[in-house]
Design a protein around this ligand. Structure first.
Ligand code: UD1
Ligand code: UDP
Length: 353
């Protein structure tokens, strides 16, 4: 039996790592890289740190508009999937690589498995919402990280092939948090005190527009604690275009995107996390770090209901107030499974059960 995984960007390398390890014990596993993220600090480093072997096949979709990027992926992936002829194709999350991988496989009549199925922000202006809804329809196997995700699918009439397996990012966090604590020197290198800083990530299109990126800098300036901010290339480009890089550097410790181990070490020891990322909201919860999310909506609604995550507008005063109020609730239920999601996915996809 042969399973292919299609991955293309930072969170997908992280999500695919435990699944690849689980699958490689049971069957042939082909890893296909779409080339959506190509810089070493957004791609290569995760293969090295998480022990993901190099991609077997790679296309170079690169950057561009949604149509350009997705179209290049479709054209590039079709012959690769046709040549490999896997028994099933796994796609991860909600990016353009997820949509392209799912669509190519479904049109070649190859069963599709969607890892992180059923998440919804109910905001169709997010490209990720469109990608995940479409892939959930195309998929034959839908691997849900939470009960909420199962219920979201049921509300759309999707009940077949739905498997509540938990979240693969729990698997990664459990395996690599101790490694990060042991190996990373990021806290000393950056020069912050454990428990005495805010870790920040921001890359959503809505927070990096010409009209919003100046407010992001005001947010940095409004936070009392030191801020560590590994800057995604989309955000770096927006800051540079707006002539705001120097001002942002004066307000925060700006770094290049970090590897998983450095980022995890910084997240685990932070006083709080401020983000607009999907994965980082959830990882903050997994490491019991209070989170403030600069978005109107979240797919990780359980973290909000549990009191560990708050949504705020991109507004300096609102962010400062939310960070000041962010505490660590007494209860911390295991919302996303026990760290065996990858093994469960591998079992379902290889045995059908
Ligand atoms: C993509 C995903 C988003 C995910 C994020 C993870 C879509 C629609 N978006 O957003 O859901 O949260 O990845 O990080 O799929 N760039 C580089 N080097 C790279 C890659 C990109 O400099 O290696 C720059 C390019 O200028 C590019 C921009 O970053 O135009 C955005 O990259 P892209 O992959 O299109 O979207 P992300 O914002 O990374
Ligand atoms: N991450 C990382 N280095 C960084 C920022 C994030 O390794 O500098 C990791 C983080 O631990 C999480 C994932 O990247 O596992 C989240 O990816 P991102 O925020 O790019 O995408 P999203 O989850 O929003 O799709």
């Amino acid at each position: 039996m042969k399973i292919a995984s299609v991955v293309g960007n930072r969170p997908q390398f992280i999500k695919a790592a435990p699944v690849a390890h689980a699958l490689e014990r049971l069957c042939d596993h082909v890893l296909v890289h779409t080339g959506q993220h190509y810089d070493a600090d957004l791609s290569q480093i995760f293969f090295e740190e998480l022990g993901l072997r190099p991609a077997d096949r790679r296309i170079e979709s690169g950057s561009g508009t949604h149509a350009e990027q997705t179209a290049r992926m479709l054209v590039g992936l079709e012959p690769v999937v046709e040549e490999e002829l896997p028994d099933a194709v796994l796609v991860y999350g909600d990016t353009n690589s997820t949509l392209a991988g799912g669509l190519v496989a479904a049109k070649l009549h190859i069963p599709v498995g969607h890892v992180e199925a059923g998440l919804r922000s109910f905001d169709r202006r997010m490209p990720e919402e469109l990608n995940r809804m479409l892939v959930d329809v195309l998929a034959d196997l839908r691997f849900c990280p939470s009960e909420t995700a199962v219920a979201n699918l049921a509300a759309e009439g999707i009940t077949a092939g739905v498997h509540h397996v938990g979240d693969v990012m729990v698997d990664v966090a459990r395996t690599f948090a101790p490694v990060a604590a042991r190996r990373s020197d990021a806290i000393e290198r950056i020069g912050v005190e454990p428990g005495g800083y805010v870790i920040l990530t921001a890359h959503r299109p809505a927070n990096t527009l010409p009209e919003t990126v100046p407010i992001l800098v005001e947010v940095l300036e409004a936070i009392e604690l030191p801020v560590v901010f590994p800057v995604h290339p989309r955000t770096r480009a927006a800051l540079e275009r707006a002539g705001l890089w120097a001002r942002a550097s004066a307000a925060a410790h700006l770094t290049a995107p970090l590897g998983y181990l450095d980022f995890t070490a910084l997240l685990m020891s932070a006083a709080a996390c401020l983000t607009d990322s999907g994965g980082v909201q959830k990882e903050a919860y997994l490491h019991s770090v209070p989170c403030v999310t600069m978005r109107d909506t979240s797919e990780w609604v359980e973290t909000i209901a549990a009191g560990w995550n708050r949504l705020v507008d991109l507004d300096p005063a609102a962010v400062a107030a939310a960070l000041a109020a962010a505490d660590r609730p007494a209860e911390h239920p295991p919302l996303y499974g026990d760290g065996d999601a990858a093994a469960r996915i591998a079992a379902v996809i290889t045995t059908g059960r």
